[in-house]
Structures are given as C-alpha cells and as structure tokens.
Design a protein around this ligand. Structure first.
Ligand code: IMP
Length: 179
C-alpha cells in the first residue's frame, strides 16, 4: 500500500482490509453471543457507517433487524442549543435491544446529543458498536461496548469515512500524513 492524495492532503496506509475484518468478525461474534434470542435492532448512522454496518451485519448469525438512519442537526432554542434528530427511524424501539452502529467517535458530541433522545423512548437496552474511537479527542465520553480500534487523534479516511466527500469507497483505512 502506498500513500494517496485526496484533494490537497496526503494520507498514508493505516489499517489493512485484513485488520479491519478481524475486528469486525470479533465484534460480530461478541454480539452473536450476547444477543442470542433477543432479536437486536441495529441502527447504523449514515453516511460514514454504511461499510462497517454491512460487514458487521453479514457476520451476524442470530435473528436481527437493521434500520439505517441519518442525523440532521439544527439550531434549537437558546437553552437547547444544537438539536439532533434522526431521519428514517421507522421502527418503534420501545422494549427493543438497540445497537447503534457508528464509524467513528471523535469528540463524542453527536452521540451525546442523540443517545438521550433514544433512551427517552425506553428501549430494553442501548449499546454502541463503533469501529474507531479517538480517546484523545473525546470531550463527551460515552461507553462503547463493542469497539474495533482505539486510534490516535489524527484524521482518517476510507472504509466509509470521507475527507471533503471523497474516499468513502476505499476498502482500507488511511491516516492523514503530517509533515
Ligand atoms: P463527533 O461528534 O465529534 O464524535 O463526530 C463524529 C462524526 O465526525 C463521525 O461520524 C464522522 O462522520 C466525523 N469524523 C470524525 N473524525 C473523523 C475522521 O477522522 N475522518 C472522517 N470523519 C470523521
């Protein structure tokens, strides 16, 4: 694998297809074990998580459902600040075992705003399956039960993650090269 250029930035190889797949299979095995008979509902957050969600879901061998959503944020009142709403959540999550699927947790802000809203609908349980976590960037900590990789605070792309709209189709994960 060699460096790639996307727009004005250079990225170097970081995680191979095999390394990613190894973690995805491990997470799926843990979920298969933990959720047997519970018919979990996977809720991947678009766009970034589509590739991770697809590979993870293919490795799920127990009965399970999936419902992709997109988050839209808009300015709320002064007291509520930024409000995040889910578009496409057409399944009632009350009493369901929900697994949110995210590509990356960076500051953690997105999930910190969204998870309380889901909890409000009283799911039977609510856990996170996240491929990448940047602990050094996290300002809003959330418990990630199923985590693929803990990574340094550097921008990454590929495997669903983009830089300025590009790079989502790359099967590996690349890291921003800093000089
Ligand atoms: P957070 O709310 O700061 O945790 O941001 C989460 C979202 O920011 C992710 O779902 C990604 O869409 C985006 N993001 C954060 N870090 C990266 C990165 O290194 N590469 C690509 N997208 C990123």
């Amino acid at each position: 694998m060699t460096d790639i250029r996307v727009n004005d930035k250079t990225f170097e190889p970081y995680l191979t297809v095999e390394e990613i797949n190894g973690q995805v299979q491990r997470l799926a095995a843990e979920i298969n074990r933990d959720y047997k008979g519970k018919r979990p509902l996977f809720i991947p957050i678009l766009n970034g998580s589509f590739m991770f969600a697809s590979d993870l879901f293919k490795a799920i061998s127990i009965d399970a459902e999936i419902c992709f959503i997109k988050l839209a944020s808009y300015k709320g009142t002064k007291s509520t600040g930024q409000v995040v709403t889910a578009i496409g959540l057409d399944i009632d999550i009350h009493n369901r075992h929900v697994i949110i699927v995210e590509d990356i947790v960076d500051t953690g802000k997105t999930l910190s705003e969204f998870l309380p809203q889901l909890n409000h609908q009283q799911p039977a349980s609510l856990e996170l399956a996240v491929l990448l976590h940047k602990p050094d960037a996290t300002e809003y900590p959330t418990h990630i039960k199923y985590l693929g990789f803990s990574i340094p605070n550097k921008f990454v792309l590929g495997y669903g993650l983009d830089y300025d709209g590009l790079g989502r189709n790359i099967p590996e994960i690349y890291q921003l090269k800093e000089h």
